[in-house]
Design a protein around this ligand. Structure first.
Ligand SMILES: [Cu+2]
Length: 210
């Protein structure tokens, strides 16, 4: 559809220019040429958005989720889609209830997981935290994860602000220092700073190509 429109507009512009060249003194053809130029400018803008690089779908990876004692309690499965990243979380060992879960900037998971750094948020200027924040969200924000009475939790999260493929929109998680998926002790309120009151970091998974 976009290509067809662009092609049509380009054709219209080309024919308008030709008409202008063959009958330069005639004012109606000048009007025609001006209209052609306007159509061409619009088509160029549409073309540009169509050229934003897209990720390579199908790339997938697994990352071990560890607790504060360094024990493996679950796994995260990352699947690259064409327009974003799907993060599947399957874990045990959490306190029952809601937990904030975010993508942090550094692929280091040594308890208490502060080495994972802040959220991935390399946009300039930095965007405030919070999926429900009018000025947010930051690139590492995700909805909360719910742990059942036995401490097990499963969920899928989709973000357009992160990727494991080298091309595409959003932060590349497999950069030189990797990234980390961090589960917090408390739920994220999705609006307050800096992390929505999510509290301590209780579990972590290193995200890297390795
Ligand atoms: Cu976090």
């Amino acid at each position: 559809m976009r290509l067809t429109l662009a092609s049509l507009a380009a054709l219209a512009a080309a024919s308008a220019v030709a008409a202008g060249a063959s009958a330069q003194s005639s004012s109606p053809s000048h009007d025609h040429a001006a209209m052609g130029h306007a159509a061409h400018a619009q088509a160029a803008a549409v073309d540009h958005s169509a050229m934003i690089p897209r990720a390579t779908p199908g790339q997938t990876a697994q990352a071990a989720i560890i607790n504060g004692q360094g024990a493996e309690i679950g796994k995260a499965t990352l699947t690259q889609g064409a327009t974003g990243l799907l993060i599947k979380v399957e874990t045990t060992g959490l306190t029952p209830g809601w937990h904030g879960i975010h993508i942090h900037a550094t692929g280091q998971c040594a308890a208490p997981f502060t080495s994972a750094g802040a959220h991935i948020n390399h946009t300039d200027p930095k965007t405030p935290h919070g999926l429900l924040n009018a000025q947010g969200p930051d690139d590492g924000d995700l909805p909360n994860l719910y742990a059942a009475a036995d401490g097990s939790a499963r969920g899928e999260f989709f973000t357009t602000k992160a990727r494991i493929s080298q091309d595409g929109a959003g932060q590349w998680l497999w950069d030189a220092d990797g990234s980390a998926l961090v589960i917090h002790a408390n739920p994220d309120d999705h609006s307050s700073q800096p992390i929505g009151g999510a509290g301590d970091r209780v579990a972590c998974a290193v995200l890297s190509a390795r």
